[in-house]
Design a protein around this ligand. Structure first.
Ligand code: GRG
Length: 298
């Protein structure tokens, strides 16, 4: 399929991500074989690769070298894969299926799943800290710090902690928003900014416009996830709208109802797209991607 259509670009980019991950992940024939195999099992051939796609689209906007973006995008995807492996473990969400196959701790064992997450996280930083052609060392250091911040206590891990401690409690909308901004939003924001940092230096105004886009998209992604979950549950189980059956966690649908949650997703999407106006057609890929991520819930 031609790369100049959005679908063609997406398929091509997903294939690039798959090949780059293949090359970066450890060889399953080498010891420790089970760890290496489980890292590959948890990362390859699965997922929509939304974060890498965002990195590539932001890289295009900044005129970045595709090989650099591929490495950075894969570093972000490794953090994402690690988070899913740990999130599925019995001490967290205790899920048995992920992407249509047994979760890592079911397929292997809990100790292996813990180590897979640890090893994917450190591999991500190894990849991000390895020289990127044409990117100066100070900028690359800032990129490493950005991913660390997005993944740790002030980002994804912190959001997960708030999520776990909120089970059975009634979060209000600002609290829910704060939790999601950290848990899923921070990594999505990092994907966009890291992709752009692979390219030409943007002005302060351009950086904050892109940052605003990335934050709005991070939240929109979660609202859409809640809307689609609710619609799938209602269709298959006739479940009460918006309650997470596994642990009664609050969602945007349980907080504001399905119609308002959809409207909220649309408002976030409109706001995100408005932030891209100063980039003109350089932001076309990001706009198409925003459409793909959010508009599927309208
Ligand atoms: C364990 C530190 C730690 C954090 C876990 C992101 C996360 C934090 C948990 C995921 C829980 C979850 C299902 C959240 C809903 C939104 C979400 C991030 C879904 C999974 O991301 P997708 O849709 O998944 O990009 P694929 O499989 O396409 O990669």
């Amino acid at each position: 399929m031609a790369n100049n259509t959005f679908t063609g670009w997406m398929t091509h980019t997903q294939q690039t991500v798959e090949c780059t991950l293949e090359a970066l992940l450890p060889n399953p024939a080498r010891a420790p074989q089970m760890l290496h195999e489980a890292m590959r099992y948890s990362t390859l051939q699965g997922g929509k690769r939304v974060r890498p796609l965002l990195a590539f689209a932001a890289g295009e906007l900044a005129g970045a070298d595709a090989a650099n973006v591929a490495r950075v995008a894969c570093a972000v995807e490794m953090i994402h894969a690690y988070s899913l492996v740990h999130d599925d473990m019995p001490c967290m969400d205790d899920d048995v299926l992920r992407r249509g196959k047994p979760t890592c701790h079911v397929q292997y064992d809990e100790a292996t799943a813990l180590l897979v997450g640890d090893a994917l996280q450190t591999l991500a930083f190894d990849v991000l800290a390895s020289p990127l052609a044409g990117v100066d060392a100070a900028r690359q250091l800032a990129m490493v710090k950005l991913l660390a911040h997005a993944s740790g206590h002030a980002g994804m891990a912190g959001g997960q902690a708030i999520d776990l401690s909120s089970v059975g409690t009634a979060l209000n909308q600002p609290e829910l928003e704060f939790m999601h901004m950290l848990k899923t939003g921070a990594l999505i924001r990092a994907a966009v900014l890291l992709g752009a940092y692979c390219g030409q230096v943007l002005s302060d105004a351009e950086n904050s416009a892109l940052d605003h886009f990335a934050k709005r998209m991070g939240l929109a992604f979660q609202v859409v996830d809640d809307v689609l979950d609710c619609e799938a549950d209602t269709a298959t189980l006739g479940k009460t709208a918006g309650k997470d059956a596994a642990n009664d966690k609050p969602t945007y649908v349980s907080l504001m109802g399905l119609g308002e949650a959809k409207q909220f997703a649309r408002d976030l999407y409109d706001d995100a797209l408005a932030a891209l106006a100063p980039f003109g057609d350089r932001a076309d890929r990001l706009k198409q991607l925003a459409d793909y991520i959010v508009a599927r819930s309208f």
